[in-house]
Design a protein. Sequence first.
Length: 200
Amino acid sequence: MSAGKYMEKKRECGIRDIFRRTFFIDFIKGLMVTLRYNLSKSVTVRYPDTEKWVPFPRYRGVHTLNRDEKGRELCVACELCARACPTKCITVVPMEDDTGRGIADRVAKVWKVDLVRCLFCGYCEDACPTFALRLGKDYERACTDVSCALLDREELLGPAEVPWSFDGGVVVGARFERGKGGIKVAADLSDEKSPWFERQ
Ligand code: SF4
Ligand code: SF4
């Protein structure tokens, strides 16, 4: 840009700036945003009694360990997830196994994660070569005992409540389920009465 054009541009910007300041343009823009929110319809999610939010598939919630279509564990206990974890909250202890439990002879004797230290950064699932490890859609881990934040292989291998194919980011019906850890709010994916379900 030539010096002349530069000076012209600078002058234009100066005039625009003076206009903005004189007529409180930024202040009015801010008020318009506030006004728009005040007049918009409120969205109330009736959680946990009747509704529950199901996150998008890319949401990074509590870990899941997965199996192949034959039910074999995909984890080969390579420990790459534990190495990649910046907070060192994953523990993997491998063992030899010839029972066909996993897709290889090497399976996890111990696989556990400490959610108190977890950042939900997703480095562990990126490092996993067999797609055994995924950060799932579970985000409800409030408890009074820290032991509920220590999850082991047996618990993580359970089938995920919301299938990966379910396009999340919606509010669906909720139902209470009583388990060994207390009452849980489960997503009722069959609840087609939910207005949000129509988006699927
Ligand atoms: S999400 Fe991040 S912090 Fe949590 S276990 Fe995986 S790598 Fe570690
Ligand atoms: S979850 Fe994946 S990265 Fe971690 S030990 Fe198992 S196979 Fe390796």
